[in-house]
Write a protein that binds this ligand. Structure first.
Ligand code: SF4
Length: 233
């Protein structure tokens, strides 16, 4: 198999989805390595999945064929298990991952920064995927033009109607959320910024009130509350 067909995988594990529309659901997680953004605003290490983004962790990523990923995922499938493809930025590998999306029978979520255009006509199984569109806000300290691609957001929602927005906040960024979601019919989930339990708990009451005020859905972050920064949970 040619190396360009291989996918850098940071980890594959079975856990409970901790955030967003399917929070609480038992899921197999496939975390792909590499991201097209850096998000320096999310602390010293860049982001909460820095080990799947920071190139210094590259030696820990395993280059896997999609068949190897399927075989690993199949070990964890129970009744009504979901599949969560996350990162890093998994859509960078959406073509290579397509056989996994076609093969998996349950609900699939792809957690994405929503900056990579997907060819839904050529890869139609992505239409049944729920894209958790974690479009980055100014607190990521990324340039607007790099982090907000409105034509990509519109395409995901039009082609994959189970998609939803997921924003991480610690202050009133409603002007930005309104700008990103204007004219787009998809649920909005807001979650508290927090790399650990203490920071999460500090920000949660504000986000709770913010969601009530603007009619957004509140999402907690179960895995940070229970396990902090621990990997593979
Ligand atoms: S887009 Fe997500 S994975 Fe990529 S650097 Fe930003 S927070 Fe990390």
């Amino acid at each position: 198999m040619k190396s360009e067909k291989l996918i850098p995988v940071s980890e594959i594990f079975y856990s409970i989805q901790g955030e967003g529309k399917y929070a609480g659901h038992p899921s197999v997680f496939v975390r792909v390595g590499g991201c097209n953004l850096k998000c320096p605003g999310f602390g010293e290490k860049g982001c909460d999945s820095y080990y799947a983004v920071d190139k210094s962790y590259k030696s820990e990523w395993k280059l896997m064929s999609v068949e190897e990923i399927k075989s690993e995922v199949s070990k964890y499938i129970r009744k009504d298990t979901h599949l969560v493809i996350t990162g890093g930025e998994p859509t960078l590998f959406y073509k290579q991952l397509y056989p996994l999306v076609v093969w998996f029978e349950g609900q699939i979520t792809v957690e994405t920064n929503t900056t990579v255009d997907i060819d839904f006509e050529k890869y139609p199984a992505y239409k049944d995927v729920a894209f958790a569109m974690s479009v980055k806000l100014s607190n990521s300290a990324e340039e607007y033009g790099k982090r907000v691609k409105k034509h990509v957001i519109k395409s995901y929602v039009k082609n994959a109607p189970k998609s939803f927005f997921k924003f991480v906040i610690d202050k009133d960024l409603n002007n930005e959320i309104k700008d990103i979601t204007a004219g787009i019919n998809a649920p909005v989930y807001c979650m508290p910024l927090g790399a650990d339990k203490e920071e999460l708990e500090k920000n949660a009451p504000f986000v709770f009130g913010f969601c009530l005020k603007h009619g957004y859905c509140y999402s907690d972050r179960i895995h940070i509350r229970l396990f902090g920064k621990k990997k593979g949970v």
